[in-house]
Design a protein around this ligand. Structure first.
Ligand SMILES: Nc1ncnc2c1ncn2[C@@H]1O[C@H](COP(=O)(O)OP(=O)(O)OP(=O)(O)O)[C@@H](O)[C@H]1O
Ligand SMILES: [Mg+2]
Length: 238
């Protein structure tokens, strides 16, 4: 098994205050790995730093063995990394279709390929097809999350970073989103999933990391973490 993503000593500071301290983590090719932790632990900062949208001091970020830590975010996308950011980050004053078209820019797809990708997304998310010409900001939270996921998938990621896809969604919508995430994962995409819903994350992930106050405090097999007394007490409400 090859290593899809390998982060070594990632640190993030805001105005001199350290939010993430020397975090190292890895995902094997085809793995679904989750990162859990309480509010303010540094999960979003870590994801942003991996994507290159949050400045960090990082020893190394390797994507399938290639160093990408010096690349700009769009170049990382071209190398096969995509992020569905926390809060979705869609363009609310643009239509669904425009969001998908813009989403494909970093991948430098040809117009024919973009059209095929849009059709593929409309098959995966029929709801988005129905709403192709609707302004994204007028859609429900669940529909916006579908769009955020579809937009990231337009770039054919080999490694998909998901930051709190379940946030603010109804249980049915969480089901819909996670069914697609599992489908994407089964198609061979490596997934790094940040979730506030630790039970859900540990249920679908192969392995997990627990983050607390900017550092990784525990990691291992997802089932083992779900059975760990410390995880149960702190994150599973038991
Ligand atoms: N742009 C910023 N400027 C200043 N401080 C920030 C900024 N973004 C995050 N922080 C701080 O960094 C720390 C980690 O935040 P981060 O958003 O990475 O945590 P998180 O684990 O994603 O939390 P949550 O579960 O609430 O999403 C927090 O103390 C936060 O206040
Ligand atoms: Mg966050």
């Amino acid at each position: 098994m090859s290593t899809a993503l390998e982060i070594t000593d990632l640190s993030v500071s805001y105005d001199g205050v350290r939010a993430v301290r020397r975090v190292s983590l890895a995902a094997q090719s085809g793995e679904m790995v989750c990162l859990i932790g309480s509010n303010g632990a540094g999960k979003t900062s870590t994801m942003g730093a991996i994507m290159g949208v949050v400045p960090s001091t990082t020893l190394s970020i390797k994507l399938f063995g290639e160093e990408i830590g010096h690349l700009k975010p769009h170049q990382r996308v071209q190398q096969g990394l995509s992020l569905v950011p926390e809060g979705r980050g869609i363009l609310t004053r643009m239509t669904v279709l425009e969001n998908l078209q813009i989403g494909s820019y970093p991948a430098r797809s040809t117009p024919v390929q973009v059209q095929a990708d849009i059709e593929r997304m409309f098959t995966t998310f029929p709801r988005l097809k129905e709403r192709a010409h609707q302004l994204a900001g007028t859609m429900s939270g669940g529909e916006q999350q579908m769009l955020a996921l579809a937009r990231a998938l337009m770039c054919h990621p080999r490694v998909l970073l998901l930051d709190e896809p379940s946030m603010g969604l109804s249980p049915i919508m969480v089901d819909t989103i996670f069914r697609v995430v599992e489908q994407v994962h089964k198609s061979g995409v490596t997934v790094l999933l940040v979730e506030q819903n630790a039970a859900l994350a540990l249920d679908i992930a192969d392995r997990g990391y627990v983050m607390s106050s900017g550092t990784i405090t525990l990691f291992g097999d997802a089932n083992a973490l779900a059975a760990d007394q410390r995880v149960k007490e702190a994150y599973l409400g038991e």
